[in-house]
Design a protein around this ligand. Structure first.
Ligand SMILES: Nc1ncnc2c1ncn2[C@@H]1O[C@H](COP(=O)(O)OP(=O)(O)O[C@H]2O[C@H](CO)[C@@H](O)[C@H](O)[C@H]2O)[C@@H](O)[C@H]1O
Length: 467
């Protein structure tokens, strides 16, 4: 079974968030169960692309409206990953330091056209094309409707929605850039007067998946304008919970953390990581350490953190560390708290993969007060590292965390509010004082299995169900 994943991100090549983690793991686990799964993504100017060698696989020109652009398909020379990765290299458009820029309409249009132009030339075509998020949302439409891709229209295309908040909207005057199709079918591209790649993907993909079962249900009521479309297409839609790459996220072998540990050595292991964090960030290590890692955006409830943390920190009996970047105002407010709560609070405003691993290892609790959470990986990473997740009951968080009050192992709250966050922190504080139960819980959560094996198989079953 030959599968090609098409994505804007893939760990460790280019990562902005959880999309990269999934696309960097799913093909590997699909290959382990006998598939032949590869990825095609844009060739960005990242540390990874600078430090590896690539071979040219294919070269051609693509037509983007009235522009003709040269593109290369490249492949990593050495087998550094456990699956093949192909790159679309369009020097002037895609070779940027950031994954996302303010010219993304043209960038991702060119990427998608180049990817399909290349697939068209393959002797052995993929059995399935698996697209991820709106950046690849026009592929299901083009494969089905554009005349030049007619020979691909029997290949099932699957779209996975990692985040329906972003839909890739573009104005109607971009229509001529999409390879020619029967204009009577233009409605498949449109939603609310705009070309909407995510809506087009939901309409045209053979199957639509979300990254957790609860998120699939929630989208029917809250999908940034696509609710009725999701309800209408629900017969071809299913939620499959993400897994975590247990080779990358393993406290026993993790090269980023200060001291490796397993279930039997969790106390000394977490202590060493916490000590390092507290000394680096001037925090009191005798206090329970609460952490937040993530994009500082409304979906993550991040704008509530400054006030909620300010309030919770007044009692001076907790320590807090924040790692994130995003909305400038939230960044500033979180930064300003450092002086106010010196010794008990610190924040790293930015992106740091290594630090994120040390925080999962060294913190006692991880906060996720998300407004929207399609799956959430952080709570699963924190479980694996023996860190208690504190989550809002939403999306994938609801599917993966059970409250200690319900014979579970985490702390859950219902509302996205400062008050709920503070109450949840206080419950965490209280739990921390019951050291015997707290330590037993740590061991328990480390053994909860969220590895990709089960979900990788679920995707294969889904592909098979199409024929
Ligand atoms: N400043 C920072 N420094 C270092 N690392 C950072 C960081 N900010 C975030 N990260 C890392 O980025 C990843 C975030 O993953 P999530 O799944 O929580 O979120 P995201 O919203 O990006 O993904 C979307 O797609 C994924 C995958 O399907 C869904 O789980 C999720 O719900 C959906 O919103 C984690 O690996 C986290 O450690």
């Amino acid at each position: 079974m030959k599968i090609i994943h098409i994505s804007a991100e893939c760990y460790p090549i280019a990562k902005v968030g959880g999309l990269a983690d999934v696309v960097g793991a799913l093909p590997k686990y699909q290959n382990e169960i006998g598939a032949n799964s590869a990825v095609i993504m844009p060739f960005y100017n990242t540390k990874f692309t600078q430090s590896h060698k690539f071979t040219l696989v294919y070269q051609a020109n693509l037509i983007l409206g009235n522009q003709e652009l040269n593109f290369d398909i490249l492949k990593i020379e050495d087998a550094v990953l456990e699956f093949d990765v192909f790159f679309v290299h369009v020097e002037d458009l895609l070779y940027t330091e950031s994954v996302y820029t303010d010219n993304d309409t043209n960038r991702f249009l060119a990427f998608q056209i180049a990817a399909l132009d290349w697939i068209l030339t393959l002797k052995k075509k993929p059995d399935y094309i698996h697209c991820h998020d709106h950046h690849t949302g026009l592929i299901p439409f083009m494969a089905q409707e554009s005349y030049k891709y007619e020979s691909l229209n029997k290949i099932p295309v699957i779209t996975t929605i990692h985040n329906a908040q972003y839909q890739g909207w573009m104005s109607y005057d971009n229509l001529y850039k999409i390879p020619e199709f029967n204009i009577e079918n233009v409605g498949l591209l449109m939603w609310d007067g705009m070309i909407n790649p995510l809506a087009a993907a939901i309409k045209c993909a053979w199957r639509v998946t979300t990254v957790s079962p609860s998120y699939m249900e929630e989208l029917k009521y809250s999908a940034n304008g696509l609710e009725s479309l999701l309800s209408h297409e629900s017969s071809k839609a299913v939620g499959i919970l993400n897994g975590i790459d247990s080779a990358v996220w393993n406290p026993e072998t993790d090269k980023f953390i200060i001291k490796n540990y397993k279930k039997t050595t969790v106390e000394s292991g977490k202590k060493a990581n916490k000590e390092w964090l507290c000394s680096q960030f001037n925090l009191d290590q005798s206090k329970p350490l609460f952490a937040f890692i993530g994009r500082l955006v409304g979906e993550k409830g991040a704008e509530l953190l400054p006030h909620a943390l300010d309030y919770a920190l007044r009692s001076k009996d907790i320590a807090v560390i924040v790692l994130g970047s995003g909305a400038k105002e939230t960044e500033k407010e979180l930064f300003d708290l450092i002086l106010k709560h010196k010794g008990n609070y610190n924040a790293f405003i930015g992106y740091d993969e290594k630090l994120s691993h040390i925080i999962y290892a060294g913190a006692d609790f991880l906060l996720m007060p998300s407004r929207v959470e399609p799956c959430g990986l952080n709570q699963m990473y924190s479980l694996r590292y023996g860190t208690v997740p504190i989550v809002r009951r939403i999306g994938g968080l609801k599917d993966t965390v059970v409250d200690i009050g319900d014979h579970g192992f985490g702390i859950c709250h219902n509302e996205v509010s400062e008050q709920d966050i503070v109450v949840a922190i206080n419950r965490g504080k209280e739990f921390y004082t019951q050291q015997k139960e707290f330590k037993a819980n740590r061991k328990h959560i480390m053994s909860i299995d969220h590895s990709w094996e089960v979900s990788a198989k679920a995707y294969i079953n889904l592909y098979n169900s199409i024929n």
